[in-house]
Design a protein around this ligand. Structure first.
Ligand SMILES: [Zn+2]
Ligand SMILES: [Zn+2]
Length: 374
């Protein structure tokens, strides 16, 4: 199965591209790769389909959000419009709707500035990364002003033509110089070029359309996140200026290390210490896994560095799909401080086997070998 390309890459746009930018990129590419225009190129149809698919997802705010968080898995066939079953439980939609009245708010005009993105660092435990978790976080941020619903105007009032510039957004300044009279054209300082001013600025937000608040947010961390995973909550950043679209909130995850398990991508490694006798004769030993203890059988003659694989006992994937594996790497511990009788016993055993010791390699070298051989 071919690996799907990243939708943003397909359209050649940045991840924060606006709807307009997406549309422009799509139109351009769709024209270029239309099969009718490329009758001799058998791959044109495929490319055209790919472009269409990418645009279908990214032009839909709901699907785009899901895609941003979970990649292709988030918008897989069957998820269906409004479905996105894996996504609904997250409840971002509700919060988003409450503040922005549904959708992505009015199209930004030149007076509507998008709010800033926010970053929140969240530390969770290894177990929480494995199971996923719900966290309530509190963030200070600019939110849409309730009184004016973000317009910046007192309820019942609106915008009026700027008296300084007469609605043109520019002012002409005449000054005298040694060359005579000079006219400078500047952006109007009263309306900042908008041509219209608030009749009565909202008394709660002083015309900003937003106010600073400490807000609590419920965040759902999906199972499988790792240190560095970013969860993007579209529109949960700072509110825009005067009803402009909100910025995004990025939750950046840090996972605390586990006392005995070590994670690498979705696989988990555990170093099992056994003694010489266990290694020589074999044993049944309980080892910790993310799911709890599991008993494994160590066969007789187990060597230092030998690795046992517990399939599907690793970490889940944020994007769905199969879990990683756990690798149990054996370390044979050589006894110290033996009594004279024990020493004598071992001498006799050593005399019986008479096997030469192999050249010792580093632990990780052996580990790598063991995994590659698997
Ligand atoms: Zn207000
Ligand atoms: Zn003006």
């Amino acid at each position: 199965m071919a690996v799907k390309r990243d939708y943003y890459e397909v359209l050649g746009v940045r991840r924060d591209a606006s709807q307009d930018e997406l549309k422009r990129a799509f139109r351009h590419l769709a024209m270029q790769h239309h099969p009718d225009r490329n009758p001799d190129d058998p791959q044109a149809t495929e490319r055209f389909k790919e472009i269409n698919e990418a645009y279908a997802v990214l032009s839909d705010p709901e699907k785009r959000r899901s895609y941003d968080m979970f990649g292709h898995a988030g918008v897989a066939a069957g998820a269906g419009p409004g479905g996105f079953s894996g996504f609904e439980g997250f409840g971002f939609g509700d919060i988003f709707e409450t503040f922005f009245g549904g959708g992505f708010g009015p199209r930004p005009s030149r007076r509507q500035t998008r709010g800033d993105d926010l970053r929140y660092d969240l530390t969770i435990s290894f177990e929480e990364a494995y199971r996923g978790t719900e966290r309530e976080i509190e963030i200070p941020r600019l939110v849409t002003c309730e009184r004016c619903s973000g317009s910046g105007a007192e309820p019942g009032t609106g915008l009026e033509t700027c008296s300084t510039c007469g609605g043109t957004g520019q002012v002409r300044r005449q000054s005298q110089s040694i060359f005579g009279s000079v006219v400078n054209i500047q952006t109007c300082p009263t309306c900042q070029g908008a041509g219209r001013v608030l009749q009565h600025p909202c008394r709660d937000c002083h015309g900003q359309g937003r106010r600073e608040r400490r807000q609590r947010l419920q965040v759902t961390i999906p199972p499988g996140v790792d240190t560095g995973t970013q969860i993007r909550l579209a529109g949960e950043g700072e509110a825009g200026f005067r009803g402009g679209p909100g910025g995004d909130l990025f939750i950046v995850i840090r996972v605390k290390p586990h006392p005995v398990l070590r994670r690498e991508d979705q696989d988990v490694f555990y170093e099992l210490r056994i003694n010489m006798i266990q290694a020589a004769l074999g044993d049944r030993i309980e080892v910790p896994t993310v799911d709890g203890p599991v008993e494994i059988a160590i066969p007789p003659g187990t060597q230092y560095g030998q690795t046992f694989r517990l399939p599907g006992r690793g970490m889940p994937s944020v994007r769905g799909g199969r879990r990683g594996d756990q690798f149990v790497v054996v370390q044979v511990v050589v006894p110290r401080n033996l009594t004279p009788e024990q020493q004598e016993l071992l001498r006799r055993v050593g005399g019986l086997t008479g096997q030469p010791e192999k050249v010792s390699k580093g632990f990780f070298e052996r580990l790598k070998e063991a995994i590659n051989l698997d």
